[in-house]
Design a protein around this ligand. Structure first.
Ligand code: GLA
Length: 378
């Protein structure tokens, strides 16, 4: 399935792990609509691991939904999700068992693809646990890619092999629409910033058709749930969401959307950040030289319609300081007659006729994202 822009949606894993059932999915679907997430672009509601019985059906060999968690079957759930205008996503694994020890799709790819189609599934996250040692991982993703394309239903293929086997080099060729490029995210500052940094130079492999997936967001979890550790504060979540948007990564929400703080709802539906994330040209960022302090970064990205995005990040633990960006490092040479005009997408603060150097004041752990234009210097 060909997607033009980074997919957006919600996934159960980060908050709920194995604590999932039909009521949770229905309530989540309601909340996605009522809280404006669908309107903002989050259209996939994905059930992650732990949705099935421990064993395949002995007669049909199909994976069957857990009868206690989904007493009316999976179609009742997918029908409900679809009735809200959302798309329905499910989960399986290229190995013999997913990470939580349910049946995996190894050697059952074609049967399972058809089963997912029967369940009304529109998105399949395909994990990598318990892969037989001698099986070739790349081939297993190719197999499921083909099986999905030929199962009779359009299903977005979300490959999740954690960045192993040089996946950025071949994911697109399997028919996948997104590929996980890192290990699992945890709900703390170090985890998400390490994940984002590790992929800065790999976003050149992310473009319409297939996007670099740096895992589900922990924004709004505040340490609660399945991948909750110390948790983050609101500032950290603003940084996380800004990073994912600036990089053009898929946006899969991982908090409990039924109980979001108002600031989290506002952040996850921030139109300006989402507009940058979904920019139709899908160009990668590049790193701009800054003052060269450790843990201080600036990234620049070309957007459509001659607009640009500049993200400035102060990852130091205790220093509030201006970060200096030299404009010649983004190609605005000294005396070229052009200037930068910037608007902070969160605060609306404007900076006009900026030439030579841009030094926005920055708190520690803070980030600022600017939408920019290049105009004649005054
Ligand atoms: C792996 C994946 C996670 C999640 C779990 C489920 O760890 O990377 O995103 O799907 O499996 O068991």
């Amino acid at each position: 399935m060909f997607v033009q822009k980074p997919p957006m949606g919600y996934n159960t894993w980060n908050t709920f792990g194995h604590n999932i059932d039909a009521s949770l999915i229905k309530e989540t679907a309601d909340a996605m609509v009522d809280n404006g997430l669908l309107d903002a672009g989050y259209k996939y509601l994905v059930i992650d691991d732990c949705w099935s019985e421990r064993h395949r059906d002995p007669v049909t060999d199909k994976i069957v939904p857990d009868k206690k968690k989904f007493p009316d079957g999976m179609n009742a759930v997918s029908d409900y999700v679809h009735s809200k205008g959302l798309k329905f996503g499910m989960y399986s694994c290229a190995g013999v068992r997913p990470c939580a020890d349910y049946p995996g799709s190894f050697d059952h790819e074609y049967l399972d693809a058809v089963t997912f189609a029967e369940y009304g599934c529109d998105f399949l996250k395909y994990d990598y646990c318990y892969k037989p040692e001698t099986a070739n991982g790349e081939m297993l993703y190719r197999r499921m890619g083909l099986a999905l394309e030929n199962c009779g239903r359009e299903i977005l293929f979300s490959a999740c092999n954690w960045g192993s086997d040089g996946v950025h080099g071949w994911a697109r060729s399997t028919g996948a629409s997104m590929f996980r490029s890192t290990g699992d995210i945890f709900d703390n500052f170090k985890s998400f910033s390490d994940i984002a940094f590790s992929q800065i130079d790999k976003f050149c492999y992310s473009a319409p058709g297939c996007f670099n997936d740096i895992d589900m967001l922990t924004v709004g979890m505040f340490g609660k749930g399945n991948v909750g550790t110390t948790g983050c504060d609101l500032n950290d979540y603003i940084t996380q969401f800004s990073l994912w948007c600036l990089l053009g990564a898929p946006l899969m929400i991982g908090c409990d959307v039924r109980n979001m703080e108002p600031q989290i709802k506002a952040l996850l539906t921030n139109r300006e950040l989402i507009r940058i994330n979904q920019d139709e040209e899908c160009r990668p960022v590049y790193e701009v030289r800054t003052n060269n302090w450790n843990n201080v970064h600036a990234w620049f990205r070309h957007l459509s319609n001659n607009e640009y995005a500049l993200g400035v990040f102060n990852f130091t633990d205790g220093d509030a300081r201006p970060i200096r960006v030299e404009l010649f490092d983004i190609g605005l040479s000294l005396g070229c007659g052009k200037a930068l005009e910037l608007v902070d997408v969160m605060s609306g603060e404007r900076f006009e006729n900026v030439t030579e150097t841009f030094s926005p004041p920055m708190n520690y752990h803070a980030c600022r994202v600017f939408r920019c234009r290049i105009v004649d210097a005054k």
